[in-house]
Design a binder for this molecule. Sequence first.
Ligand code: 5AD
Ligand code: SF4
Length: 351
Amino acid sequence: MIDFNNINRDNLIELLTTEDEKLIEQMFHEAYRIKLENVGNVVYFRGIIEFSNICTKNCFYCGIRKSNGKVERYMMSEEEILDMAKWCHDANYGSLVLQSGERSDEQFVEFVERILRKIKSQWNLGITLSLGEQTEETFKRWFDAGAHRYLLRIETSNQELYRTLHPADHKHDIRLESLDNLRKLGYQVGTGVMIGLPGQTAEDLADDIRFFKKRDIDMIGMGPYVVHHDTPLAEKMPNFDKERQLDLALRMIALTRIVLKDVNIASTTALQALDPKGREYGLRAGANIIMPVITDTKYRKQYLLYEDKPCVDENASMCRSCLEGRIQSVGESIRYGEWGDSPHFRRRQNG
Ligand code: 5AD
Ligand code: SF4
């Protein structure tokens, strides 16, 4: 018998791999119960603006890696980004995420800083950044300019596995140090991993969840690894099994909810790349955040980190009404107009 209130590493491994239908059902049931108890059946939106696909890095799995010459690169203007932020505010989304490839040149840092100040001076929006590893000074400048959440995935907690997924100069230690700096500066800290990577074991995934717990993380954004054929990693997974990836990703969401309880967990778009109902399944498994893409349609096809990314021909309004229906279909409701901060963050602030 597994005590769901006190799950150990062996239990996590068993729950990630079991084929016992009863046990699987019990795990998802427990995860949903804990979700209701801690965050309710309420979904918060974060409109995501993917404002540039220019990246200085070369992660082996990612479609917009620097060496992929097939991608047409773009950088939105300040005006375009502000228009989308206004759309987000008018649609009553409460929060937005600014995401792009990783750059750390002064021109970029200053650009983001300026955008943040302009957004904050006009609208009451919660702002999350997802802009990769940066120096402590840069994190501080952006925090002072109005960002208060930061998403930086560790991709995997296994250092060895991390090395097989990145060039030698992409260092896991720097990622960990960045997470420490973000926390120190007062950000709500989000991290996550890719699930179902070539060479990743159930032990690794169990350790990922334990990593989130140990680091006292506030927000989780994790999703299935999805092959992109113009990347080196695609060769390592010639038989990509969508069903298996989806199953594993949903188990990870459920187990993270069971272990971490009061954090915000995103039901990521990558889930929907595997199944049209992927994001709804994510909510049922324990997630409570959805990040609707509000990037202008003309850029969406150039921001493909993985294949089969959904909604590339849609626009922000279409995504909004589509998501409303999807969320209602699983008995949940959207809380508009509020930031929806991580309850865990608030608790740790109140000490
Ligand atoms: N499949 C799934 N997720 C991916 N990411 C990048 N490439 C892929 C892929 N092929 C994720 C990484 C990164 C985030 C921005 O996108 O986890 O941190
Ligand atoms: Fe760049 Fe991020 Fe893609 Fe790595 S995962 S290549 S840092 S956009």
